[in-house]
Design a protein around this ligand. Sequence first.
Ligand code: NAD
Ligand code: WQD
Length: 355
Amino acid sequence: MPRVLITGGAGFIGSHTIAALLEAGYDLVVIDSFVNSSELALQRVMEIASLDAKNTSNRLEVTRGDIREKSTLEKLFINAKRQGRPLDAVIHFAGLKSVRESVQYPLNYWDVNVNGTCCLLAMMQKYNCRSLIFSSSATIYGDVSAVPISESELISPINPYGNTKAAVEQILLDLSRSDADWKITSLRYFNPVGAHPSGRIGECPLGSPNNLFPLVSDVASGRKKILRVYGGDWPTPDKTCIRDYIHVMDLAEGHLAALNHLIAERTNFLVLNLGSGIGHSVLEVVNEFEKSTKTEIPYEIVDRRIGDTAITVADPQKAKKILGWETKKSLGNMCIDTWRWQKENPNGYASEHRQ
Ligand code: NAD
Ligand code: WQD
């Protein structure tokens, strides 16, 4: 089975993807600085994987390190070669992802997301590992009036975080054109939410959350009193914003399909949306969460949040055609799984230390 380096593998999307890749038999090496994650996530991934009585213990090697540290990265490639199982491909999740923080600390975002990616690419080139899947984002489309959004839509990000993702996509395109041996897939995620159905891994941002799902579950649990719904005057049927929420398990399956395709085919550069193609408004999310988890979500409509757009929904047809992948999980699944994760881990991975 091919051996794959996973950067940022302890994070929200990385941990769920690792569970899917172990299940599929892949041999994995992870590097994570744990700046926004916990080592427990990977221990629990191992737990989930071995529940199926698969021999996974020697298929997941974890290193604490920063992708900007040349020597740490180089060691990974050298060790893998020495073990006689060199790295065949990389899935690059490591990065910073808060839009709000990126406005405050743009230099940090450009350093980690862009310079960090360049460090990784240079090392891949040096060790002749030229197959890459990159975590891009629908945020690079900016404020698009026509939905659903296809991959040919203009790239026009409206915040520093989006600028870093767009810059990396440009670097990847340039690199792919420089050498036909590169095989690069950039996956543009829409709004990843939910958690593993086991309740063992889920989203665990280290600071206070800004995103809708973690905030809704904070209100459901009583940790927050009320949800602030940003804007009740948007040009949508119920006047609240519409997004394309994608269950993280579907997203993980999307990575597995993209990796299988990357390895099997000779595609030099590929860009794919990963979304469901279905939009849900903020109030639909609130209502579904209440219904499927039997909780109450008090909310108030407040002013629009700066930088929000009315509707963002993916056109997922290209991924369906090329990968044979599409989402399967409903909004109800997203709510139930988010809620199970929250209930069983009220303080995220830190809950374990308090038991
Ligand atoms: P996350 O913060 O949970 O995971 C990112 C991981 O990268 C963390 O474990 C963090 O510790 C690690 N990391 C950060 N900087 C690092 C560095 N310099 N060296 C090594 N490790 C480092 O985020 P996520 O939600 O899992 O997102 C994964 C990727 O997907 C990111 O690149 C993000 O920008 C992108 N993305 C996320 C979303 C989303 O809404 N979650 C949407 C679109 C794209
Ligand atoms: C969803 C909807 C809010 C919080 C972000 C990033 C994007 C990508 C995914 C990384 C919006 C509304 C939210 C609240 C609310 N990440 N909302 N009250 O902004 O669509 O996308 O995550 O690449 O780059 O920008 O997601 O979850 O923050 O918001 O009313 O307390 O919920 O206005 O309409 P967003 P979100």
